[in-house]
Design a protein around this ligand. Structure first.
Ligand code: 5GP
Length: 323
């Protein structure tokens, strides 16, 4: 019945496997889904089990998914249907922002979404690259911009370090004093900042606006914690998670063409793998696209193709961004 067709679409923020769920009324009636899947909710009449279809699924029949209320009623970290995430205390490394809300628990169940169609002449969406260890997202970002500077722009960061002779104010950096930088922090001018070799570096909101106002797509590479503040209607961030491909069986990476440098040890590999898993675990629900980086050239080509699509094709975004 087309007329009654629901217009509620939800992005799943957790994985659901009905076959492993003891609470489901009938296992065959459950709809298995993964984080980031888009669900069209057909009925929310029942408080516990909603009826839904997966968008893009050829199966036209609706099946059961747990309701938000039901998920909320579960104790935290209760096995397979957990929908809580515990932000782990992270060790800050150079260039990373502080996380005041470490150890904060949040509900991750569903997010209501709708299709956003980019219109010509509109400010482009902010493109956010997040990457696990070895993904080299800054390099990737710089290459995209260098190949098409008319369409893509770089938010110029601020720094307190001395200007080198080949550098120009406002091109590589905005060079400011430490006192000015600290005042800017107090005034909330930076979306992120960090310290490196006793100098402060940061990206200001204004530097991002400056690029977007030129109708260029602004690419930023950020620590994923920052997404929490950036996920607003103003920026409509499209989040790309870059992770290096690691071959389990080979126990080594693809020679010198790999995105990782040669001389990588088994321990390094483990660390790289864990870094990607941790990032996926903590922030995967905010990711729009996962780019598995095989080698720099193919990663660049894939990224460029994704960016093209984001600028012309409809994408799912939180409904709150379009209200
Ligand atoms: P350099 O002084 O060589 O230009 O940059 C040194 C380091 O400063 C970079 O490798 C990076 O770790 C850090 N850095 C540069 N720009 C930024 C920025 O906008 N934010 C943060 N947090 N760190 C930056």
């Amino acid at each position: 019945d087309k007329l009654k067709e629901s217009r509620v679409y939800l992005r799943a923020l957790f994985d659901y496997t009905p076959y492993e769920d003891k609470a489901t009324p009938c296992q065959e009636a459950g709809l298995p889904f993964k984080r980031r899947d888009i669900l069209q909710v057909v009925s929310q009449e029942d408080n516990t089990w909603w009826q839904a279809k997966k968008v893009g699924d050829s199966n036209l029949r609706a099946a059961l998914v747990p309701s938000t209320q039901f998920q909320e009623s579960l104790p935290p970290l209760s096995g397979l249907r957990r929908s809580f995430r515990l932000r782990k205390d992270r060790q800050s490394s150079p260039g990373e922002p502080q996380t005041p809300d470490a150890n904060h628990t949040e509900f991750l169940i569903y997010e209501e979404v709708t299709q956003y169609r980019p219109r010509p002449g509109e400010r482009p969406r902010l493109i956010v690259l997040i990457g696990s260890l070895g993904a080299r997202i800054t390099e990737l970002k710089q290459k995209v911009i260098a190949e098409n500077p008319r369409r893509y722009g770089l938010a110029v960061p601020h720094t307190t370090r001395a200007r080198k002779c080949h550098e120009r104010e406002g091109v590589e950096y905005h060079f400011i004093t430490k006192a000015a930088f600290e005042a800017d922090i107090q005034n909330g001018k930076f979306i992120e900042y960090g310290e490196y070799k006793e100098n402060l570096y940061g990206t200001s909101l204004e530097s991002i606006h400056r690029i977007l106002d030129q109708k260029k797509a602004c690419l930023v590479d950020l620590q994923p914690e920052v997404l929490k503040t950036l996920r607003t209607a103003e920026f409509k961030p499209y989040v790309i998670f870059v992770r290096p491909r690691i071959y389990d069986s080979q126990r080594k990476l693809l020679g010198s063409s790999s995105s990782l440098s040669a001389g990588v040890t088994e321990d390094d590999l483990q660390e790289i793998k864990q870094s990607a898993e941790r990032m996926d675990e903590c922030y995967g629900h905010w990711v729009d696209y996962v780019l598995v980086k095989e080698d720099p050239a193919s990663a660049l080509a894939e990224l460029q193709a994704v960016l093209e699509r984001v600028q012309v094709e409809p994408q799912w975004v939180p409904v709150s961004w379009l209200r």
